[in-house]
Design a protein around this ligand. Structure first.
Ligand SMILES: *[C@@H]1O[C@H](CO)[C@@H](O)[C@H](O)[C@H]1NC(C)=O
Ligand SMILES: *[C@@H]1O[C@H](CO)[C@@H](O)[C@H](O)[C@H]1NC(C)=O
Ligand SMILES: *[C@@H]1O[C@H](CO)[C@@H](O)[C@H](O)[C@H]1NC(C)=O
Ligand SMILES: *[C@@H]1O[C@H](CO)[C@@H](O)[C@H](O)[C@H]1NC(C)=O
Ligand SMILES: *[C@@H]1O[C@H](CO)[C@@H](O)[C@H](O)[C@H]1NC(C)=O
Length: 415
């Protein structure tokens, strides 16, 4: 849940660095005054310095209006691009009740955590030129009988994993026949969770691998600031566990930030050599290339359907992008949130692959859902969260699209 707070921390860090610079530099005058003056003087100087800092940093927060190639989703169901559409109200939603699903973690169960308005659970995604197949739990359970579904990624992958289990469990009478194979509880850092639907012989697994590539040691003679590394050319060593899945769903992106990497002393390595100056986006691209060649050499794509989910829109607002106001209804516009450099990289890497991989381009649909984030209705109301989603909610739609895709190919991709 703290995964994405990082970005905002980095802005704070910048602000403070700059504040310190100001104290030593341009804004010395105000500070000087404050030394001679009263406490209020120092408060004013602080405020002036903050304003100064803000004006300096503000350009960073201007929406990037540079020419943007609008990524066309590389996936569609039939002739229709399912990722282009709108949300319409539908009283037949939600698809399940989180309080009756033991695999919906408490932190995402907004209604149980005090959210009063439930209107946000009653929206259906309507693609522009077609419909997503309506989720039919009995058909889906039969379709998945004897199959293994594997989610790999960060906490947003865990949310989709929980959502899928809850959706499928509505069709299972004996809830005790669905269990985590090691008896583990869902926690934020757990590396593996495996849920079995024993009467259908279905496995729905989650592997936490936020970068998808392997952590590495610190090379000899590395600068002191290097505390750990990421080997961009080696896929995560638990990847061998993913190979024999029937359906594989990946995500990554939220951890590829300066705060989660450089500020934690983590730098990149390629082929054994340290790449101190490599920007995070370049590194993400390199990691995805590693992932792509792993898919092409290790996965039997005749058996396994592979998906990669794009960046899941967040809705932080305010001048420092650290305020989280969950609305009652979806927003009418996307305010640029339907684009993400991370999503562009994913789409471009997949486009170049020979293996069939479906991009679940969820960035645009999520961009409208300012009403569907966890907000303060999480397990820690003191830390508002405009990154993760309530369950039931938006991640259910990702699964509906996924099922719809598997369905529309007449099941052949599941064989
Ligand atoms: C979900 O189930 C709980 C427990 O039975 C119940 O109290 C609650 O009203 C249900 N919520 C909805 C939205 O139906
Ligand atoms: C259950 O599914 C696995 C594949 O996931 C298969 O190898 C096994 O034979 C199945 N078992 C039964 C009892 O159908
Ligand atoms: C990796 O390093 C080895 C020597 O350490 C070198 O022989 C090889 O060409 C390098 N590979 C790439 C892709 O740079
Ligand atoms: C996948 O199927 C195609 C056509 O049926 C076949 O030519 C190919 O060898 C298969 N690939 C693998 C890895 O089994
Ligand atoms: C798809 O399914 C329909 C009915 O479910 C069947 O008639 C048709 O032959 C199937 N097509 C393929 C390509 O399997």
């Amino acid at each position: 849940m703290k995964e994405m707070v990082g970005h905002f921390r980095s802005i704070y860090a910048k602000l403070f660095v700059f504040y310190n610079k100001i104290i030593k530099g341009h804004c010395k005058f105000w500070i000087f005054q404050s030394f001679n003056g009263l406490a209020t003087g120092s408060l004013i100087s602080f405020l002036m310095a903050m304003i100064c800092a803000y004006l300096y940093l503000f350009p960073l927060f201007q929406p990037v209006i540079k020419e943007y190639e609008i990524p066309k989703a590389s996936s569609s169901v039939g002739k229709c691009n399912v990722f282009e559409g709108r949300w319409i109200q539908d009283e037949s939603y939600p698809l399940y009740n989180s309080s009756l699903c033991p695999f919906a973690e408490r932190g995402f169960n907004c209604l149980a955590n005090g959210r009063k308005d439930s209107g946000y659970t009653k929206w259906r995604w309507k693609p522009k030129n077609c419909d997503i197949l309506r989720f039919n739990v009995q058909e889906m359970l039969e379709k998945l009988r004897g199959k293994r579904v594997v989610f790999v990624g960060d906490s947003l992958s865990r949310t989709q994993w929980e959502s899928m289990i809850c959706m499928l469990m509505t069709g299972v009478e004996d809830k005790k026949s669905v269990y985590e194979i090691n008896g583990h509880k869902i926690t934020k850092r757990i590396r593996f969770l495996g849920v079995r639907f024993s009467s259908y012989n279905i496995s729905v697994d989650f592997y936490r691998s936020v970068f998808l590539v392997q952590p590495g040691p610190v090379p000899k003679r590395a600068p002191k600031r290097v505390k750990s590394t990421l080997k961009l050319d080696k896929l995560d060593d638990i990847s061998k566990e993913w190979i024999d899945a029937d359906v594989l769903i990946f995500n990554s992106g939220h951890w590829w930030t300066r705060t989660k990497l450089f500020e934690m002393g983590c730098y990149f390595q390629v082929n054994g050599s340290l790449k101190l100056g490599m920007p995070t986006n370049t590194a993400f691209r390199a990691a995805l290339d590693t992932w792509a060649s792993w898919v092409e050499t290790m996965v039997d794509t005749n058996r396994t359907s592979i998906f990669f989910r794009t960046f899941e829109s967040s809705h932080w607002s305010g001048r420092n992008r650290n305020s989280c106001k969950v609305t009652r209804r979806p927003s009418s516009g996307t305010k640029g949130r339907d684009h993400s450099p991370i999503s562009d990289i994913i789409i471009n890497v997949v486009k170049k692959m020979a293996a069939p991989v479906t991009v679940l381009h969820v960035t645009p649909m999520g961009a409208f859902r300012s009403d569907a984030h966890v907000g303060t209705w999480s397990d820690n109301p003191l830390v508002p969260d405009c990154s993760h989603w309530c369950l039931p909610g938006v991640p259910d739609t990702w699964n509906e699209v996924l099922f719809s895709h598997l369905w529309s190919t007449n099941g052949t991709s599941l064989q």
